[in-house]
Design a protein around this ligand. Structure first.
Ligand SMILES: *Cc1c(COP(=O)(O)O)cnc(C)c1O
Length: 430
């Protein structure tokens, strides 16, 4: 399989090169030259397959010759070695819980897959790879956890001091081994700016081989398809489900769309958005206009200019009618999100996090129009990660899961630096 850049100014590359580079040199996103078609027999036997077998079968054509099959199978096994339960919430709506990974984030799957791929590629590399990443919280911990102990890869994470939650900070700063946390006296934007500057610094690039663990990386984007297969594996409806995806950068929903185009039976997709509604407006009017992001209680979806929008266009050859036939979109504001958390807890005894609540509310709106259909939404975060909002809405404290209890016992270890590029440069060059 070869990947072209959506800006069409860079050379085509294989999976290995696309993973190592992250973004194409022309600043486009890599996109597969063809969407592979799934074997009908595989779909028929979905229910009897293991999670690893499904993951392997789905990702193999995208990886091509870049990784030998036995190695890829092991990578898949490691990537999906936790649960993805589909839980019934109401008669018509189920929840696919994606928060049972090591950092309770749905981004665990992409981060685990990408880290093992990079580790594999660096085996034949003489030079160690340094993954440099700025985080406002969740992405950093999923990436750090994914890369922990991977040989030939070093991870340097920048996070804004005092601006991540206590649990998030412990998730970043207590791992040790090949993970270093730089605690920056500044904001997330400062961290991101410093990382960007490092990538363009000739002196640093000469000394160390760097890559980013950005969410646009194909090795983080494509394995998100697995969720949709795990959903279908557990689906008991006669007809294919409507699937609602809480969306920010649109990487997750775009992975679902590519799975559907390759043959997975999905009735329709719902893009569940918070007040950052550029995509909702696009579907209403056919024109896309980037927005300034606004802050909401589902903050992992606070994106005004979704980076994977261009992949959605590419997948459907920029055909607006076709896109509309696959996807509907709804905007759910904070008040409605809080009401949804409260109502679903009271009526259905199910605890939603704010992101899942946007997914639930959007799906409910869609099913009001099409009452004979049934669906599921992706629950992308554990409610405990948004304990304030959730307990305020329900009036009940969120129990802390065992995995989080444990981390509270660990001691933080970080290197404190000022929000100046010089300090990062010094650290990288030393
Ligand atoms: C990242 C994230 C999302 C949004 O996913 P995209 O692929 O960016 O659309 C939704 N919910 C949670 C909890 C997230 O961390």
């Amino acid at each position: 399989m070869r990947y072209y850049s959506t800006n069409k100014q860079s050379d085509k590359v294989d999976f290995r090169e696309a993973t190592i580079r992250g973004q194409a040199p022309d600043k486009g996103l890599y996109f597969p030259e063809q969407v592979p078609q799934l074997d009908k027999g595989f779909l028929k036997q979905l229910k009897s397959k293991t999670k690893t077998e499904i993951a392997f079968e789905v990702i193999r054509p995208y990886v091509g010759d870049s990784i030998a099959e036995a190695d890829l199978f092991q990578i898949c096994e490691h990537t999906v070695n936790f649960d993805f339960p589909l839980v019934k919430v109401t008669d018509a709506i189920s929840s696919l819980e994606l928060y049972h990974g090591p950092t309770l984030a749905f981004k665990d799957v992409g981060a685990r897959f990408m880290s093992r791929c990079l580790g594999h590629f660096s085996k034949n590399n003489k030079r160690e790879i340094t993954v440099l990443v700025a985080t406002s919280g969740d992405t950093g911990s999923a990436v750090a956890n994914g890369f922990l102990g991977v040989e030939g890869v070093k991870v340097v994470i920048l996070y804004p001091s005092g601006k991540v939650s206590k649990i998030q900070e412990l998730q970043l700063t207590t791992l040790g081994q090949n993970i270093t946390a730089l605690e920056v006296d500044g904001t997330f934007d400062d961290c991101q700016q410093m990382v960007k500057q490092a990538f363009t610094d000739a002196a640093v690039n000469e000394k160390i081989f760097m890559t980013s663990a950005n969410s646009i990386n194909v090795a983080r984007w494509l394995p998100q398809q697995f969720y949709y297969f795990f959903a279908l594996q557990q689906w008991k409806g006669e007809e294919a489900p409507v699937i609602s995806v809480p969306s920010g950068n649109f990487g997750n929903i775009c992975a679902g769309l590519i799975a559907a185009v390759s043959g997975l039976p999905v009735k329709h997709f719902v893009a569940a958005c918070n007040s950052n509604d550029a995509f909702v407006k696009y579907l209403e009017g056919g024109k896309f206009a980037a927005q300034q992001a606004v802050a909401t209680i589902s903050n992992a979806m606070d994106v005004g200019n979704p980076s994977n929008f261009v992949r959605v266009l590419e997948l459907f050859n920029h055909d607006f009618e076709k896109i509309k036939s696959f996807i509907s979109a709804f905007r759910i504001d904070d008040a409605e999100t809080r009401n949804t958390i409260a109502r679903v807890f009271k009526q259905d005894n199910y605890l939603l996090d704010p992101h899942g609540a946007v997914g639930f509310a959007a799906l409910k709106k869609y099913l009001e129009r099409y009452p004979s259909e049934k669906g599921l939404f992706l629950e992308t975060a554990h409610p405990v990660k948004f304990e304030n909002v959730v307990s305020e809405s329900t009036g009940v404290a969120v129990p802390i899961p065992a995995a989080m209890q444990e981390i509270l016992q660990h001691k933080k270890s970080s290197i404190r630096i000022k929000a100046s590029y010089e300090e990062l440069q010094n650290y990288l060059l030393k």
